[in-house]
Design a protein around this ligand. Structure first.
Ligand SMILES: NC(=O)c1ccc[n+]([C@@H]2O[C@H](COP(=O)([O-])OP(=O)(O)OC[C@H]3O[C@@H](n4cnc5c(N)ncnc54)[C@H](O)[C@@H]3O)[C@@H](O)[C@H]2O)c1
Ligand SMILES: [Zn+2]
Length: 368
């Protein structure tokens, strides 16, 4: 089992990853659990169906019997209706300011549960027990949110968890698409921090068959990148924006396809390819690097071809609502070179021509 501590201005908390991390409920988390007057597990329906017994047995061993509130699987849970249903559940069951929530599922469940915890009675503590690879990103850093029909993650709050317990044995049941989705965020962490690491990932994207111990080590590296950035800039005034590499077009694509239709990480992969292309103009990325990125993504099964049928107009409308947009300018995270990100306002005319170039380059990648 590995552990690091995330230190932000307002709080610090541990992130644990490995096999059998839930035994920590009977050890360092026992006091937190026993202090709470009530505990609820907000659980992704699929994750709960497969693995709730692992969590509940460990909690019972620690002497607590939480209520379970089942959520729709995946992105369908991150809605205003679902948010209200969670709040009503807590009120109906007499939860108070001294209660505790536990998120058990992927990033969608964690984002929703975190937002409920941030707002119920003006804020109660919560633990993240993520069950997807992607959640090595989402469970760390305290961003919580729900989606709106108008855009992704549009309503939310910063609310740090009291701890993150990553039971890596639960990854075994992830479908290939979800492994791919999670590995895209891992690649993002590499692309913004470490050229050699990114290079290694791009040349050997053996998803979904990484041996578990190797995967844990890789995820810990990703968590370290995220923890360092969040520690330096909790509220995204500066460097935390770098974590949005690939997300400006990625979120737009996700909203366009319909939340959940193409996975978050798959959309981020599309967005990173676009950002690489823009980095040829504004940074020092060479065209062959972008082509290699696209080639690796295609070979690893990322559905870049989905973009070929998508007109630019609707994506631009979504990108105009991006939370990084300032005074009507769309701000992109680009690369001076791999490992060295910067932010750049990009005129819409440049975005449009880069988008048609992206289609050309994807076609080339599909043929090679
Ligand atoms: N808060 C942040 O900083 C942050 C960062 C990155 C992403 N996110 C958010 O995270 C979400 C994506 O997270 P995700 O990729 O984990 O998706 P997800 O939560 O939608 O889960 C993906 C799918 O996997 C299923 N699943 C979960 N655990 C499983 C398991 N162990 N075995 C089999 N199936 C399992 C779910 O039911 C779902 O169908 C997006 O909403 C994104 O916006 C947030
Ligand atoms: Zn993301």
């Amino acid at each position: 089992m590995e552990q690091i501590t995330v230190v932000t201005g307002g709080s610090s908390y541990p992130v644990h990853i490995g096999e059998d991390v839930y035994r920590l409920f009977s050890e360092e988390y026992k006091e937190l659990l026993l202090q709470a007057d009530k505990i609820a597990v907000f659980a992704d329906g699929t994750a709960a169906g497969l693995h709730a017994d692992v969590l509940m047995t460990a909690l019972e061993r620690a002497g607590v019997r939480p209520l379970i509130h089942l959520l729709p699987s995946g992105e369908a849970s991150k809605t205003a209706d679902s948010f209200i249903a969670c709040q009503s559940f807590l009120l109906l069951h007499g939860f108070t300011r001294n209660s505790l929530l536990i998120a058990f599922g992927g990033g969608a469940c964690g984002d929703l549960t975190g937002f409920v915890a941030a707002t119920f009675m003006r804020g109660i503590p919560f633990l993240q027990c993520p069950t997807t690879i992607l959640a090595h990103d989402s469970a760390v850093g305290g961003k919580t949110a729900i989606n709106m029909p108008e855009g992704k993650n549009m309503v939310g709050a910063f609310h740090q968890p009291a701890g993150v317990l990553f039971e890596s044995r639960l990854f075994a049941t992830l479908p290939e698409r979800e492994v791919r989705s999670g590995m895209a965020e891992l690649l993002k962490h590499a692309m913004i921090s470490d050229a050699a690491w990114a290079d290694a990932l791009l040349s050997d994207m053996r998803f979904p068959h990484l041996p578990p111990a190797e995967l844990d080590r890789e995820l810990m590296k990703g968590i370290q990148v995220k923890a360092a950035i969040v520690g330096a800039d909790e509220f995204e005034q500066g460097t935390r924006k770098f974590l949005n590499f690939g997300h400006t077009l990625g979120h737009a694509a996700e909203a366009y396809f319909g939340y959940g239709a193409v996975s978050h990480g798959e959309c981020v992969m599309i967005g990173m390819a676009y950002s690489m292309l823009l980095s040829e103009t504004f940074g020092g990325v060479r065209p062959e690097e972008t082509d290699r990125f696209i080639g690796s993504a295609v070979r690893s099964g990322y559905p870049l071809e989905r973009l070929l049928d998508v007109p630019f107009g609707p994506l631009l409308d979504f990108m105009r609502k991006d939370k990084k947009a300032v005074h009507g300018e769309i701000i992109f995270v680009l690369l001076e070179h791999t490992g060295r990100p910067f932010t750049q306002p990009v005129p819409e005319s440049v975005l449009a021509s880069a988008y048609s170039e992206l289609a050309t380059r994807i076609r080339k990648g599909l043929q090679s």
